[in-house]
Design a protein around this ligand. Structure first.
Ligand SMILES: Cc1ncc(COP(=O)(O)O)c(C=O)c1O
Length: 410
């Protein structure tokens, strides 16, 4: 297995050459990552050369439309889905909101939905509202209050013929545990229901093979995945055809226009092709040519995950020695742990983050819109958690600096 070349990786991110960010170690990636140069270059080119209504009969317009189509086709291939299963929306929160309106129109009265208390509010609140004003039943799949884990054994008794949709996270943005999505979607399918998976906290650690996950709906946010501020969602063709159109009535026959009524910035859609450029660049730098897009994306994912797991080890080992802090979620680095580590402190976490900033450590404190899981785990919401989130452009030296700063300030 090749090792990730972090010098190469960091050359792909102009932020590392910005004077204002010099000497800063960035650990709030789960809030929004740096953008890769491929995305920035496309964004600027679009605004300079192609910022006209796309799909018209003149060159600039054709180029803009073609680049938007390229983004869709290449990302869909990297994600293992068909082109018309991929949708660009303004954000994941906006996407789930629109989806919930579609689901409201599709589910027969008396149907049930399952939500979790591990999710970020984006994949929770819009669904719960359907019970308040839609006459549907909401069932909650609950986490273990100590570990924060979601146990599939607790899902089984909630599933019956009334359940139409099960919404759950691939990975929570505060618990950091990677849920066994293929096993859960198989359970959901066997019960005759559809699955809606929030992959926002997982996608930055390697784009998933959504086809293999078996998720009917999968959501993630491009701005946390080295791209522009958009929400990307996939909806299986079968489900998309059943859900009522949420776009203009005359666009109802076009799958990709049915669930994104707020058609997002064209330049950003086009710039999402830069995410595919970046994956391909990582692949070509580390491996011999060959493989289709899904295969390349899979190898890059393995490369990133192997690197991040080792990167996280010293931080988790250090935290194990700090019995005075509560580490939320899995206590050790490993394949089922994303490098998103939340700590409950004996003080408001924002104050601790402010002290870390003096050491050139960029981290955040708060509830990160994950109030339900934090509350279920008994975390004081007034204090929130200090979140340290790493991605593959972070280095072991930065993690050492983080540990030194934590030791000094907490
Ligand atoms: C796990 C998770 N899901 C959903 C969201 C919402 O994403 P967006 O900001 O694109 O609406 C976030 C944002 O922080 C998140 O961390």
């Amino acid at each position: 297995m090749n090792a990730l070349d972090t010098a190469f990786v960091r050359r792909q991110f102009p932020a590392f050459r910005e004077n204002g960010l010099e000497g800063q170690a960035f650990f709030e990636n789960a809030g929004g990552s740096y953008a890769c140069r491929q995305v920035l270059w496309r964004l600027e080119r679009f605004y300079r050369e192609r910022k006209v209504q796309p799909y018209g009969p003149y060159a600039a317009s054709e180029a803009g439309g073609a680049e938007m189509d390229e983004a869709r086709a290449r990302l869909a291939a990297h994600l293992g889905v068909a082109r018309d299963e991929l949708h660009f929306g303004p954000s994941t929160s906006a996407n789930t909101y629109v989806l919930s309106q579609a689901v409201r129109g599709w589910m027969p009265p008396g149907s049930a939905l399952i939500v979790t208390n591990q999710d970020h509010e984006a994949n929770s609140g819009p669904w719960r509202r359907l019970a308040e004003d839609g006459g549907f039943e909401i069932r909650e799949w609950r986490i273990d209050p100590q570990s924060g884990a979601l146990d599939p054994a607790d899902l089984a008794p909630l599933l019956d013929e009334k359940v139409r949709l099960v919404c759950f996270p691939h990975c929570s943005n505060v618990v950091g545990e990677i849920n066994d999505v293929p096993a859960i979607t198989a359970m959901v399918r066997a019960a005759g229901a559809y699955s809606c998976v929030d992959g926002v906290s997982l996608a930055p650690h390697g784009l998933p093979d959504i086809g293999a996950l078996g998720a009917d709906i999968y959501l993630f946010s491009a701005y946390k995945t080295f791209g522009p501020h958009q929400g990307i969602m996939t909806i299986s063709q079968g489900l998309a055809a059943r859900l009522p159109n949420q776009g203009h009535w005359f666009n109802g026959d076009v799958l990709t226009r049915r669930f994104t009524p707020a058609g997002p910035d064209h330049a950003q859609v086009a710039a999402c092709a830069g995410l595919s450029d970046y994956i391909d660049a990582l692949y070509e730098h580390h491996f011999r040519a060959g493989r289709d897009a899904a295969g390349r994306s899979g190898r890059v994912r393995q490369l990133i995950r192997a690197y991040e797991t080792v990167l996280l080890e010293p931080l988790m080992a250090y935290l194990e020695t700090r019995r005075d802090l509560r580490v939320i979620g899995p206590q050790a680095a490993g394949p089922a742990r994303a490098p998103t580590v939340a700590l409950a402190l004996g003080e408001p976490a924002r104050a601790a983050a402010a002290r870390l900033a003096r050491h050139g450590i960029m981290a955040g404190g708060g509830d990160f819109y994950a109030r339900r899981p934090l509350q279920a785990m008994g975390v004081d919401l007034g204090r929130g958690v200090l979140r340290l989130s790493l991605v593959h452009y972070n280095t072991p030296e930065e993690v050492d600096r983080l540990i030194t700063a934590l030791d000094c300030e907490l």
